[in-house]
Design a protein around this ligand. Sequence first.
Ligand code: FAD
Length: 454
Amino acid sequence: MPPKTIEEPARHIPIYGEYEVVVLGGGPAGIAASVAAARAGRRTLLIERYGFLGGMGTAAGVTNFCGLHANVHGEMHRVVQGIASDLLARIDRLGGLNAPHLVLCKILAQAYDTAAYKIAADDLMAAHKVDLLFHALGAGVVMRDEGRIDALMVETKAGRQAVRSEIFIDCSGDGDLAARAGVPFEVGDNDGGMLYPSMMFRLNGIDPVKAGEAWRTIPALMERAEAAGKHRFPRKGAIVRPQRSGIEWRVNFTQLAGPDGRAINGLEPEQLTRGEIGGRRQAVQAFEFLRTVPGFENSYIVDLPPQLGIRETRRIVGDYALSSDDVLGCASFPDAIGVNGWPIEAHVAGDVVFRFPPIPQSRGFNELPYRMLLPRGIDNLLVAGRCASMTHEGQSAARVSGACFAMGEAAGVAAALSLSGNTSPREIAVEKLQQVLKQQGAFIGRGQAVPEGL
Ligand SMILES: Cc1cc2nc3c(=O)[nH]c(=O)nc-3n(C[C@H](O)[C@H](O)[C@H](O)COP(=O)(O)OP(=O)(O)OC[C@H]3O[C@@H](n4cnc5c(N)ncnc54)[C@H](O)[C@@H]3O)c2cc1C
């Protein structure tokens, strides 16, 4: 039988640079983490596999911020502030930000233009002197000892390179760095089933007057089309909404499963390949139906994003795992570093199931404990964003952009505090972290007055 593995010879790897803070992944968490660390005066490098920032928000065509707002006793408030506010203002100045819109009559979301997001994120990095390394895939680690990372290995067009740092922050969404360093992680529910991915796309050429509020009528039209045997849809709960210009709409309609009916696994290249091709095929099928909706007759697919939208892969095991009870019960924590106002949003087979904290009885947001950013077993690593320490259901809520910005900002400040105190992130004074976050304009809960306005 031919061997199943080959041995790669050992080699000397050039050192790209030595930093105080290295952040892997430039989504909402990584953007906020790197700005926070650099703003505290730390030499910071943000490494991203693509040539632009935004994470799923740009690379997967999400084009919509959720979780920036909370429904506080029936009133809407923007509860994620801080670095997210700076980024939003920059997107707005480029003319790329929509006014917030209601979702399910219960919560707000806010659409944006991907080009504006990319440009605004570049500007934000430059303003805070974050070093950037694009087109570099984090591919391995070299450990200083069992509990400390010495260098992150990246694969680039120039070959493999090493980046040394005092502190690392994993914002890869997939927990790539943490997993390579040996941090324990979980994938999916108790049975390994993950939230289903979707291929987002955008349509242009829509007649905005004729289309009106088509997002309200589309679900019934879908049911009718299925009942008539004209179309079959991979899921209910389609989201079809206008972007800033009413002639352009985003479509969140698809759901990608493997032959066994389970969610495509975003950690397996063969499944990802199947998901990308299947996603584009489903986009065309969705488009064939959408062209029958009044106002959409002359529309066309203007954008299919660079990659399939992955909602969930690894979630690291940290000092605390945020749960669905925490989300639905609007939990408070002594070590709160930010808040999440988005409900449980479970992308299950054939459907999307939302569960909200009671409205208007509840305050509509849970606090995010610092402990969910602290991975087991590694001293100089923080993990922020959708791969932070959460249960499967907890992650279905706090994975959205708002909470990821909040987690990232806290991780960046915590990294800087740990460097100035010459201690590990686990040992920093959490009160100091909370104080700095508040001074910088973040809302962390803990009895702080809820910010007014949207
Ligand atoms: C289809 C879909 C629809 C969604 N809809 C919404 C929505 O409407 N609103 C909302 O707020 N959220 C939505 N979400 C969720 C949200 O977009 C993500 O959960 C959020 O972007 C997570 O932020 P993050 O920073 O943790 O990770 P990500 O956004 O996943 O960013 C991770 C970044 O790390 C990079 N990266 C990964 N691995 C490596 C590596 N090894 N080396 C180098 N770089 C690496 C990636 O390229 C990426 O840029 C949606 C998600 C999907 C998939």
